[in-house]
Design a binder for this molecule. Structure first.
Ligand code: ATP
Ligand code: MG
Length: 195
């Protein structure tokens, strides 16, 4: 489902991501681990089609993220580190906006479903700026889920969520199979013996 081969990303002379390779199969839930600055967010931004890589290859469901970023965005739900919300919109209007720009056919049904999945029903008509941090994070999750993507890429998704919400209730239908998981280690190769 996700195939990453020898991915590199440089900013000028600085190598943010170097030679990252891994596979994630359909139905798997994996954690992407590594110290601050290891390149996790950069890798996730490449996988979600937001930025290009300098070298290497990344495929989502067989689509090359560099060659077909639009196709990839249709298949991927992405929650960035900071939820990409418009604070002056209501929850319902914002999730509907996200559904519309993602090309969802039945926006009303998709919005109701996404809001239900992350438990936003009671605040659906409130302005996002008036919500607590955890509820704003749930709005970010709702926009990631609203187009029913095959792949969810979540950057620090439990940030701000209370312990009850950390249980992955919205996590993935996973192709109809029970999700199972393992960590992907983003630490540089030289640090991996230090557990
Ligand atoms: N647009 C950019 N321009 C220059 N350097 C960048 C840019 N974006 C990220 N970097 C650098 O790339 C490196 C990897 O950053 P990244 O945000 O991917 O790390 P991370 O593993 O997600 O860290 P954290 O655990 O703190 O979230 C860092 O040194 C960062 O400063
Ligand atoms: Mg990060």
């Amino acid at each position: 489902m996700i195939q990453v081969d020898a991915l590199d990303k440089s900013y000028g002379t600085f190598h943010a991501v170097q030679q990252v390779s891994f596979r994630v199969n359909r139905g798997e839930v994996v954690g992407f681990l590594g110290p601050n600055g290891a390149g996790k967010t950069t890798t996730m931004r490449i996988l979600s089609g937001c930025i290009g890589a300098t070298a290497g290859r990344a495929l989502i469901d067989g689509l090359d993220v560099l060659e077909d970023p639009r196709g990839v965005k249709r298949r991927v739900g992405y929650l960035p580190e900071l939820p990409p919300v418009y604070p002056t919109m209501t929850v319902q209007d914002y999730v509907a906006f996200a559904a519309t720009i993602k090309g969802v056919d039945d926006v009303a049904t998709a919005v109701t479903r996404a809001i239900g999945m992350v438990g936003l029903e009671t605040v659906a008509h409130r302005v996002i700026d008036h919500l607590s941090k955890g509820y704003r994070q749930r709005v970010g999750l709702a926009q990631a889920l609203v187009h029913d993507p095959d792949v969810l890429i979540l950057d620090e998704p439990t940030s701000g969520l209370d312990p009850a919400q950390r249980v992955p209730r919205a996590a993935p239908r996973a192709g109809g199979r029970r999700p199972h998981g393992h960590p992907v280690d983003a630490r540089p190769q030289r640090d991996r013996s230090r557990r």
